[in-house]
Design a protein around this ligand. Structure first.
Ligand code: PHE
Ligand code: FE
Length: 279
C-alpha cells in the first residue's frame, strides 16, 4: 500500500526519470502547452522569467538532476524526488536547506484538471519557476525554518495558512494589474482564470495576522485570494516578525469566517461567493 519502506530517512527517492513512459512525457507537454498559452499577462513577471530560464518545454518531464544543476547556479536550490506528500517536519527540513521536495509521479491523461495529491507538474511547473527568484528563494527557506519553529510551538495549523495564501494561492499587485505567483494557481488551467477573473472570490490585501486567522479550502477553488505588494515586502515582513508572540495572541482571537471581509481589509474585489454557494 505504501512505499514507505523504500525511501531514505529524509523521504527522498530516485526520480527514476528513465522510467517515464512516452504517454507520461506527453501529459507533461500537454499541460505545459495549456499553461504556457494562458500565463502571459496573468502570471507575474518573476514567474514567467523563471519559466523561461528553466526551459521546461523541450524534453517532457524534467530530469531533476539537470533541473537542480540549473537552479543551483541561479539561487542555490535543488529539487529532490519524494513519493508524494511527506511528513511536515521532513518537508520543512528540506526547505530550510534549500531543497524542494517534488512528487515524481504524473497525473493520468484522464485527470488533467483535477488531482488530489500534488504531482510532478504541480510541484515542478508550479513551484520551481519562483525558486529561480532570489527573493522568493529566500522566503521559501525562511518558511522552512519558521515551520520547524511553529511545529515546536504547536502552531502549525496557523502557519500553514501563510503557505497556502502565499506560496500556493498568492496574487501580486503590479502596475499592470493583479498577477499570479501562487503555484496552486499557475499549475491549474481552471483556477488561473478563476483566481483573476471570476466575480466569486474576495481579493484582499495581504495582512499577516489576518491570514494566520483565515481558514482555507483544500477541495475546491479558493474563496479568498490575498494580494501582496511585492515579493520583497513579503520576505521582509515575515522574516522580521517574531511569530511566537503572534501565535500567542492568536489563541485569544476568534478565527475569521472563511469568506468574511473584516473592517481593516483592503478590498481589491468583494466577491459574490456565488461559486462557493453552489459547490
Ligand atoms: N519569522 C518567523 C518566525 O519567527 C519565521 C518565518 C519566516 C515564517 C518566513 C514564515 C515565513 O517564526
Ligand atoms: Fe504545492
Amino acid at each position: 500500500m505504501s512505499a514507505s519502506l523504500d525511501h531514505a530517512p529524509d523521504w527522498t527517492i530516485p526520480q527514476g526519470w528513465e522510467h517515464y513512459t512516452a504517454t507520461e512525457h506527453r501529459t507533461w507537454t500537454t499541460l505545459y502547452e495549456r499553461q504556457a498559452a494562458l500565463l502571459p499577462q496573468r502570471a507575474c513577471n518573476e514567474f514567467l522569467a523563471g519559466l523561461t530560464a528553466l526551459d521546461f518545454y523541450s524534453g517532457g518531464i524534467p530530469d531533476f538532476r539537470r533541473l537542480s544543476e540549473k537552479l543551483m547556479r541561479l539561487t542555490g536550490w535543488q529539487v529532490v524526488a519524494v513519493p508524494g506528500l511527506v511528513p511536515e517536519e521532513i518537508f520543512f527540513e528540506h526547505l530550510a536547506n534549500r531543497r524542494f521536495p517534488a512528487g515524481n509521479f504524473i497525473r493520468r491523461a484522464g485527470q488533467l484538471d483535477y488531482l488530489e495529491e500534488p504531482d510532478v507538474f504541480h510541484d515542478v511547473f508550479g513551484h520551481v519557476p519562483m525558486l529561480t527568484n532570489p527573493v522568493f528563494a529566500d522566503y521559501m527557506q525562511a518558511y522552512g525554518q519558521g515551520g520547524l519553529r511553529a511545529e515546536k510551538l504547536g502552531r502549525l495549523p496557523n502557519l500553514a495558512r501563510l503557505y497556502w495564501y502565499t506560496v500556493e494561492f498568492g496574487l501580486l499587485n503590479t502596475e499592470q494589474g493583479l498577477r499570479i505567483y501562487g503555484a496552486g494557481i499557475v499549475s491549474s488551467r481552471t483556477e488561473t482564470i478563476f483566481a483573476l477573473e471570476d466575480l466569486s472570490p474576495n481579493r484582499l490585501g495581504f495582512n499577516l495576522k489576518r491570514v494566520l486567522r483565515t481558514p482555507y479550502r483544500i477541495d475546491d477553488f479558493q474563496q479568498n485570494y490575498f494580494v501582496i505588494e511585492s515579493l520583497q515586502s513579503l520576505l521582509d515582513e515575515t522574516v522580521s516578525t517574531d511569530f511566537a508572540p503572534l501565535y500567542a495572541e492568536l489563541e485569544s482571537l476568534p478565527e475569521i469566517a472563511i469568506a468574511a471581509i473584516e473592517p481593516g481589509d483592503r478590498v481589491f474585489t468583494r466577491g459574490t461567493q456565488h461559486y462557493a454557494a453552489t459547490h
